[in-house]
Design a protein around this ligand. Structure first.
Ligand code: UDP
Length: 219
């Protein structure tokens, strides 16, 4: 029986980007690569990029003393649902940080985070559970980020910004710096469109696009 099995949950675009981080992290820990698999609820092929793909039930059925899993699906509603399922099944939450990530002083990040290559997090930052920071994103000083927040590639999150749970920040979006005691706030579940320049607070649940970012009409 293996000591531990490790999985990247999601075998599509996000998962294939996360798998090399997982492999590299295990290599640094001296864990054999055959202890690492993809898990997917709709597996299409038996292996991807040299790693086995297992259905969730098959992952649970593999012989191992411990099981670690990282959620590699960009949709944060799906991540929340799968996190609850994995916790109920006794799986351990796994966090991944690319080797060249820069994390400065007094940064606290909750479980299950994925920090992709070239991410920088400066100082005095608080981040919740299952955060995804995709390639080249940064989080500047004094930001507070909730649970299940997703940054697509190249997000520029300047200082004193608060991002509430489940917000999604699109590729290349820029969030204007807030002030101490008067942060710029991205509300719960808000979506910031690709390339948006956000200069004022975004209400919970709103979708904003453009420069300066404005709420998108649904019709
Ligand atoms: N998926 C899953 N369980 C779920 C929802 C999604 O295993 O409850 C898998 C799905 O089968 C697919 C992947 O997650 O392989 C999501 O892929 P998609 O291309 O939609 O998104 P991304 O990889 O960009 O997050």
């Amino acid at each position: 029986m293996k000591e531990a099995l490790y999985a990247v949950y999601g075998a599509s675009g996000c998962g294939r980007g996360v798998m090399p981080l997982a492999r590299e992290q295990l290599c640094r820990q001296g864990v054999a690569p055959d202890c690492l698999v993809f898990v997917d609820d709709a597996p299409v092929v038996p292996s991807i990029n040299g790693q086995r793909v297992l259905a969730y039930g098959d992952f649970l059925a593999e012989q191992a003393r411990e099981r670690y899993i990282v959620l590699a699906i960009a949709n944060n509603t799906v991540r929340r649902r799968l996190a609850a399922r994995c916790a109920a099944d006794g799986l351990r939450t796994w966090s991944l940080t690319a080797a060249n990530v820069v994390v400065m002083d007094d940064v606290v990040i909750g479980e299950g985070g994925v920090l992709s290559p070239f991410v920088t997090i400066t100082s005095n930052v608080r981040i919740g559970k299952h955060f995804h920071a995709n390639l080249y994103s940064y989080v500047e000083h004094d930001c507070v980020i909730g649970d299940f927040v997703t940054f697509a590639p190249g997000v520029k999150c300047n200082g004193n910004v608060v991002i509430e749970d489940h917000a999604y920040i699109g590729t290349g979006a820029m969030l204007k710096q807030g002030k101490p005691g008067q942060p710029l706030v991205i509300g719960q579940g808000a979506v910031v469109g690709m390339g948006a320049v956000v200069t004022r607070d975004v209400p919970a649940g709103a979708t904003v696009v453009g420069n300066p970012a404005r709420i998108m009409n649904k019709d």
